[in-house]
Write a protein that binds this ligand. Structure first.
Ligand code: UDX
Length: 436
């Protein structure tokens, strides 16, 4: 099938490349000329495992191309809209400027029978508004939320847990759902659940899933706060409650909390939208989840201060990690980088390293000292804090090797990802989050 993908960020670029890899003919469109130049040259503009290979193959096959010209969407049967919905500058609600501009820009090139498939994360009610603009062209709007995780974006796009299509009632909606089934035929054939519903439910599935995940993380971080005043160990607690299949162990990782381009902004936008709908109290708990999450960053900074004898002023602190999570170079709302910046604000000499995110981090916070090589970054440290659980720190760094590089054997494990007993045995003062 011929597809267009409007917006070539994390979502759109991966979607375009993944759709080409399953045999579709795809044009990716974005207003950012630099991004398009990079993608057209087969270069991924950000780090995402497997994306580079898919781009190279897609372009070589002739099935994948990129342009800044919206007119090239003409002739595609399904047009995916995957532009960003950032947090508004002066509030918590989602900024729909890019979604509106993408749909309005696409409308002149739509033909009767086309499908416009919204993938961006939007406040519930947006699809119904957009449908009013799309329907007069004879095209049909469907809402097809995206659940990909950064770091696993290619895998999640090609082999998702479920597919959701919000469609209008009647035969036109059924036809649109059938066309989407055709787009995703390898997954559908494999038996991936394909849920057809209305617009509002489809929009809500996405924000509800992210709200649930954020709540799960903040729940275990709240337990970490209780563990800290009782001497309990939150990691053992998480293991034990996680054995209950109704709870499950995943997303019960206590530490410095969640960040990234999705969870923080999505729960804030959801709370803001619920208030607009007169149902603020229904999700008032999300404000609490946000507050718990932000407190963990304070706690990590406090632990470093405490571990270094009450002050970090003029102490050498090495921060291991800058990305909001491993396998990503994304630093949007990164708790890792926030902790580093706060330590710098307290007068520490902060050296920060990360396998992928240094360039992005340096552009945002040039005041920190960036060192690409992990061991070089550790050399002479009075204290170390792990804030992104890359394998380079979690598995490949032994306490003995680290000890040979640092000045002071003090380590704060902001992700509870190290073997506390092994680090203590090697003479380190080890501090976990929510652990004795
Ligand atoms: C998230 C959703 O998982 C995805 O389905 C949605 O499409 C977009 O938002 P992503 O932002 O890529 O994906 O990251 P995710 O893997 O969910 O992690 C989010 C944050 O939570 C990271 O900062 C991570 O470090 C943190 N986290 C995750 C924890 O602190 N503890 C955990 O147990 C799990």
């Amino acid at each position: 099938m011929r597809l267009s993908v409007i917006g070539c960020g994390y979502l759109g670029a991966v979607h375009a490349a993944a759709m080409a890899s399953i045999g579709h003919e795809v044009v990716g469109i974005d207003v950012d000329a630099r991004k398009i130049a990079s993608l057209s040259a087969g270069e991924a503009p950000f780090f995402e495992p497997e994306l580079q290979e898919l781009l190279t193959e897609g372009i070589a096959s002739g099935r994948l191309r990129f342009t800044t010209d919206m007119a090239e969407a003409r002739g595609a049967v399904v047009h995916f809209v995957g532009v960003g919905t950032p947090q508004q500058k002066d509030g918590y609600a989602a900024d729909l400027t890019y979604v509106n501009a993408a749909v309005d820009g696409l409308i002149p090139y739509l033909a009767a029978g086309d499908i416009v498939a919204g993938k961006s994360t939007v406040p519930v009610g947006t699809a119904a508004d957009l449908a009013e603009r799309v329907t007069p062209t004879g095209a049909t709007l469907v809402w097809n939320p995206e659940f990909l995780r950064e770091g696993f974006a290619v895998k999640d796009t090609i082999d998702p847990d479920r597919l959701v299509a919000g469609v209008p009632a009647g035969p036109e909606g059924e036809r649109a759902a059938d066309l989407l089934r055709e787009v995703y035929h390898p997954s559908v054939t494999k038996g991936t659940p394909f849920i057809v519903t209305d617009y509002a439910t489809a929009e809500l599935v996405k924000v509800a899933a992210n709200a649930f995940l954020a709540t799960k993380i903040s729940f275990i971080n709240a337990m970490a706060e209780i563990a800290e005043v009782t001497g309990a160990d939150v990691t053992t607690l998480a293991d034990a409650i996680g054995h209950d299949v109704r709870i499950g162990r995943r997303f019960l990782g206590a530490g410095i909390g969640f960040g990234g381009g999705c969870l923080p902004k999505d729960i804030r936008a959801f709370a803001a939208r619920a208030e607009e709908l007169g149902r603020g109290e229904s999700v008032a708990f999300l404000r609490e989840m946000d507050a718990i999450n932000m407190r963990r960053r304070d706690r990590a900074v406090d632990l470093v201060v405490q571990a270094l004898g009450g002050s970090v002023f003029k102490k050498n602190v090495t921060v291991l990690g800058a990305a909001f999570k491993p396998h990503s170079d994304d630093i949007r709302d990164s708790p890792a980088l926030d902790v580093a910046v706060r330590l710098h604000g307290l007068g520490a000499w902060v050296t920060i390293t990360d396998p992928q995110a240094i360039d992005n981090a340096r552009a945002r916070h040039p005041q920190l000292n960036y060192v690409a090589d992990r061991d070089e970054a550790l050399r002479g440290a009075d204290g170390v804090i792990v804030v992104t659980e890359w394998d380079e720190y979690r598995r490949q760094l032994t306490p003995e090797h680290a000890a040979s590089l640092v000045t002071g054997r003090v380590i704060v494990d902001g992700r509870n990802c190290l073997d506390a007993a092994a680090w203590r045995a090697a003479g380190w003062q080890y501090y976990g989050m929510g652990r004795p």
